[in-house]
Design a protein around this ligand. Structure first.
Ligand code: SAM
Length: 272
């Protein structure tokens, strides 16, 4: 697989584009482990974002019923079409953040790090069974952080509201060509059962996490403008913000259930 990758690179004199996060996986074991983790079988339709030169797409095509691969770089799309003849792979040329995603039940990808966050949010808005994704290590650690952890963030909370996320493997820089500047990690994401998922008001979550080390009441006072409130209105509501559930706890200690309580209180008070 490594030989094939480099022969394609030399044949087309390909210079990886850093702006597109082109760091290709060169360790077959990691690829195999991720396909195993995703439990890919004939009944599965797999979505891959950023197939690059096909190191994941190729083994996926041998296990899955169908693979959709969305790739933004038109040079790479051209190479994939010339070099491979997969009967069950549909390559979609375009930006994964702009094109419509097809129906799928699993996602397996070594993501371009620049779009990790919007891809994760887009994924969480969809129905799926399991995703096995490679992220930048720091991002992966934030994704799986628990309330109270030092790196618990808006991302951690939003992921926790919808899914179970587990960091299952750290990957060193040497597993990619060219070597990236940072380490990576594999995260397995599984949506929670529908009755356990929590829909949160995104503006409220943003307003709170703008001041993640502040108390809830202080964060709300400082971010009132992010809830569409004028300065006068915010001043008028100071008492309400002091009475909000969990008012004296720090924002980074809140679970999705806690934020939902805050949201329901603010709705009842006519603030949001
Ligand atoms: N899967 C391959 C591998 O593991 O070797 C390539 C992974 S590389 C980290 C990311 C790939 O995503 C590149 O091929 C890059 O061109 C592509 N890409 C970057 N931004 C993209 C976007 N917005 N939409 C779709 N593909 C994108």
């Amino acid at each position: 697989m490594r030989d094939r990758l480099f022969s394609i690179i030399y044949k087309y004199n390909l210079h990886p584009n850093r702006d597109l996060g082109q760091n290709f996986l060169i360790v077959p074991d990691i690829i195999e482990r991720n396909i195993e983790r995703a439990e890919v079988g004939e009944k599965d339709t797999v979505l891959e974002i950023g197939p690059g030169l096909g190191v994941l797409t190729d083994p996926l095509s041998k296990r899955a019923g169908k693979v959709y691969a969305i790739e933004k770089d038109c040079r790479i799309v051209e190479i994939l079409r010339r070099e491979y003849n997969w009967p069950n792979v549909e390559i979609i040329e375009g930006d994964a953040l702009k094109v419509e995603w097809p129906e799928f039940n699993k996602m397996v990808s070594n993501l371009p790090y620049q779009i990790s966050s919007p891809v994760t949010f887009k994924l969480l808005s969809r129905e799926f069974e399991r995703a096995v994704l490679i992220f930048q290590l720091e991002f992966a650690e934030r994704m799986v952080a628990k309330p109270g952890d030092k790196n618990y963030s808006r991302l951690s909370l939003m992921v926790r509201a919808k899914a179970r996320a587990e960091l299952v493997e750290r990957i060193g820089k040497g597993a990619f060509w060219p070597r990236p500047k940072v380490d990576s990690a594999v995260v397995v994401l599984e949506p929670k059962p529908p009755e356990e998922r929590i829909d949160l008001n995104e503006n409220l979550v943003k307003a709170l996490f703008q001041h993640r080390r502040s108390t809830v009441s202080a964060a709300l006072k400082k971010s009132a403008h992010m809830l569409g409130l004028s300065k006068d209105k915010a001043r008028e509501l100071r008492q309400v913000f002091s009475r909000v559930p969990h008012s004296e706890r720090r924002v980074f200690q809140l679970s999705p259930e806690d934020v939902l309580e805050i949201e329901e209180f603010l709705k009842k008070e006519g603030v949001i």
